[in-house]
Design a protein around this ligand. Structure first.
Ligand code: KG4
Ligand code: ZN
Length: 342
């Protein structure tokens, strides 16, 4: 079985083909250079760039599948696209591309939750067959727009335990980077600056919000901003390190605590912020100490990509969770159960 995935939720235009759990192609056109001048994603520019790039990106991803299928045969058995959450203009572009490909090849079209894609991305392995997740597990999804904890009982059986009340973890990285005069996207820049820091003279508060599974990072960002008012940006490395330490410690403590409370043995971490080395090291160490296993998405699949959308679509097809003619988008999409009761 071959499935085409399409990703257009934010600032990456992606298409990929997954063949029986192995990637045949994975194409991403990143709009990051386009948005860098504005220090963040400009929705109108993002929609236009998606509209411009979607055809060549899909064509490039389909090329090896067309070759394999041979003349007169559809290159894929299904098309999956990210139907939300995300920016409406980009989502429409992805939905139209998916609907067109589905109609052209006479195959089903599957609308996928982008955040679920970030979880299943943990199964992707560069150039190799997917490694299935072990359920039940506790999922931490940390991206530019979301920070959520889920209890996951199986494919399509995710329950939201808590999320951020304000800024997402990636958003906090991006805003602190802006305060420090570092370019967009801020996460990798703050991580690099933190690695150069010497000493640990600065300490920001840990927004732990005891007794809840929720997060709040806007106060931490404000603490950084107040600090900088008094000290300027000269110590960008030390500020980055102190900010990152506070955020990482908070994510680590709350994730491990939730996993223990849910009585699960596995923790899976996905999303753009999962690329952060300090977070990976901290969570792996704390989880191991608590006798828990961690699985992190491979670094190349942390950021938005269509491989994870194709994979989620494949899992939905396997579960029979596909309804004909479902090409709608939902920019504020919430988690929905589509998996079989186990
Ligand atoms: O998942 P993603 O590519 O897009 C969304 O769905 O939002 O996540 C992008 C976010 C950005 O906020 C970016 O700054 C952050 O992930 N990020 C990082 C790192 N790499 C990317 N944050 C911290 N450390 C990193 N190494
Ligand atoms: Zn994402």
């Amino acid at each position: 079985m071959r499935i085409l995935g399409i990703e257009t939720t934010c600032d990456e235009t992606g298409a990929a083909v997954l063949e029986n759990g192995r990637l045949l192609s994975d194409v991403v056109f990143s709009q990051v250079p386009l948005h860098r001048a504005y220090n963040g994603v400009v929705p109108e520019l993002a929609s236009r760039a998606h509209a411009e790039k979607i055809a060549p990106v899909v064509a490039a991803a389909l090329a090896p599948a067309l070759k394999k299928a041979g003349r007169g045969r559809p290159p894929v058995d299904a098309v999956a696209f990210a139907k939300g959450p995300g920016l409406p203009g980009g989502l429409v572009v992805g939905a139209v591309a998916a609907a067109t490909a589905g109609a052209l090849y006479g195959v089903p079209v599957i609308g996928v939750n982008h955040l679920e894609g970030h979880l299943y991305a943990c199964e992707l392995r560069d150039g190799r067959r997917c490694r299935p997740l072990e359920f039940p597990l506790l999922a931490l999804i940390v991206s530019g727009g979301h920070t959520e904890l889920w209890r996951v009982n199986g494919y399509g059986r995710c329950k939201l335990l808590g999320k951020t009340r304000d800024d997402a973890a990636g958003e906090a990285f991006d805003k602190v980077a802006r305060l420090l005069g570092l370019p967009y996207p801020g996460g990798p820049e703050v991580e690099k600056a933190a690695a150069r820091a010497k000493g640990d003279e600065i300490r920001f508060p840990r927004p732990l919000m005891p007794g809840t599974r929720e997060f709040s990072f806007s106060g931490l960002k404000t603490a950084v901003s107040y600090y900088l008012r008094g000290h300027g940006t000269a110590g960008a490395g030390a500020v980055s390190a102190a900010f990152q330490e506070s955020l990482v410690e908070t994510l680590t403590a709350k994730t491990v605590e939730a996993a223990k409370a849910c009585r699960v043995k596995n923790i899976a971490v996905g999303g753009g912020v999962a690329a952060n080395g300090a977070l990976r090291a901290s969570l792996a160490a704390a989880a191991a100490k608590a006798g828990l296993k961690t699985i992190f998405v491979e670094k190349r699949y942390c950021a938005d990509n269509a491989a994870m959308i194709a994979l989620c679509g494949a899992r939905m097809l396997e579960a029979g969770a596909v309804s004909r003619g479902a090409c709608g988008i939902n920019p504020a999409l919430r988690l929905e159960n589509w998996g079989r009761q186990v």
